[in-house]
Design a protein around this ligand. Structure first.
Ligand code: SAH
Length: 372
């Protein structure tokens, strides 16, 4: 099945939904706010006061994060207007994701509270000048008319590549990455190379499409999961793979099922993304930063009263990873094994993370479209 038919975060507003299990990406979005601020100032300064500021969030998903960056941009613009004594601009925000995303949850639950906050904090006039629209489709293709956007942002989305590389299956039909579901410690070099080539093709296409859509000197902030070196293992998904292997050994999943599954996921290194940006050539790289955080850092930080013990932390991490991984895993392995898989995951995840010093590596890129 095509990735766009099976890749989406868990929708709805229930306790298992992505919306209720996305504190980690939310904490990363707030860490990136200073870079976002610099970029918006640059974009806004180049615009006339009467122009409508057009922005897009690519891979917005559903839940509170879907409108978070748009809200932050509004706060930044509001602050600049106050400082420069300029009238607040009209603003149009496009929320993009794959068609399987729960856009209904975004427009039914998140948008009304977004508008209420806007009305309360910025007044009716600003609220009536902010327009939000959904744009379903893959960002590995054109989404907007030429020269129509001033600013694009994407958070925690472009490590999802358009497909698992076809080179993972040899000419004779055997799998190169047998027993793994992503780049893992035991993957042969050819697997890593195949994923890297797919990343290069996809990221270059992504940049080329955005270069068509973004106005000259418009900006883009991309935050993604990365790796320090290209041979770092993708440990959290690797751990999911280990649990799937365990279930194969117990006869709960057919070996063939596991052999034929590869995640469309590649966490590139700083050098790898930089090389693609330079080779593609449409954008000037203003800033490229990477920072790592412990996988349970966001839980510990939110736990002011120190009540969340190891068992509770494991459960939170399992719910978070399940909200991301379940739709694509269930489409291949079947819904009926998901409870068992994530129970096993929850049981061992913290010990595994400690033993392997798992961290989230984040890469933030600030880009400006070159004048042509
Ligand atoms: N930006 C949100 C969501 C991150 S989850 C946050 O920071 O919390 C990643 C999202 O990217 C998912 O909703 C997934 O469906 C979307 N995505 C992955 N590949 C995509 C593609 N090719 N085009 C558009 N969206 C994509």
């Amino acid at each position: 099945m095509k990735v766009e038919q099976v890749l989406h975060m868990k929708g709805g507003v229930g306790k298992d939904s992505y919306g209720n299990n996305s504190s980690h990406p939310r904490s990363v979005i707030s860490m990136v706010k200073p870079i976002l601020g610099e970029s918006i100032i640059e974009v806004y300064s180049a615009m006339s006061s009467f122009e409508c500021l057009k922005i897009a969030d690519l891979g917005c998903s559903a839940g509170p994060n879907a409108l978070l960056v748009v809200s932050e941009i509004i706060d930044i613009v509001d602050e600049i207007c106050r400082r420069l004594k300029r009238p607040r601009p009209c603003l149009q925000a496009f929320l993009n994701d794959l068609p399987g995303n729960d856009f209904n949850a975004v427009f039914t639950y998140s948008l009304p509270s977004f508008y209420e906050r806007l009305e309360r904090e910025k007044g009716t006039k600003f609220r009536n000048n902010c327009f939000v629209a959904g744009v379903p489709g893959s960002f590995y293709g054109r989404l907007f008319p030429p020269n129509s956007l001033h600013f694009v942002q994407s958070s925690y989305a472009i490590m999802w590549i358009s497909k698992a590389p076809k080179e993972l299956v040899s000419k004779t039909g055997s799998s190169l990455n047998k027993g793994n579901i992503c780049v893992a410690k035991t993957s042969p070099t050819a697997v890593l190379e195949a994923y890297l080539e797919q990343l290069k093709r996809d990221f270059e296409l992504f940049l080329r499409c955005r270069a068509e859509e973004i106005v000259s000197r418009g900006c883009m902030i991309l935050t993604t999961m990365g790796s320090i070196n290209s041979n770092d293992p993708l440990t959290i998904w690797e751990f999911v793979g280990l649990k799937l292997n365990e279930m194969v050994a117990e006869g709960l999943i057919e070996d063939e099922k596991l052999v034929s599954f590869d995640l469309p996921y590649y966490a590139a290194s700083v050098k790898e993304v930089k090389n693609v940006i330079e080779a593609e050539g449409s954008f000037k790289l203003q800033k490229l930063e990477s920072f790592s955080i412990d996988r349970d850092d966001y839980i510990k930080k939110a736990d002011n009263d120190h009540v969340v013990d190891k068992t509770a932390r494991s459960a939170i991490i399992a719910r978070d990873i399940r909200a991301v991984g379940e739709p694509i895993l269930a489409s291949h392995f079947g819904q009926d094994i998901m409870d068992d898989l994530f129970c096993r995951f929850e049981d061992g995840v913290l010990d595994y993370m400690e033993a392997h010093k798992c961290q989230y590596i984040n890469i933030v890129m600030s880009l400006t479209k070159k004048d042509v």
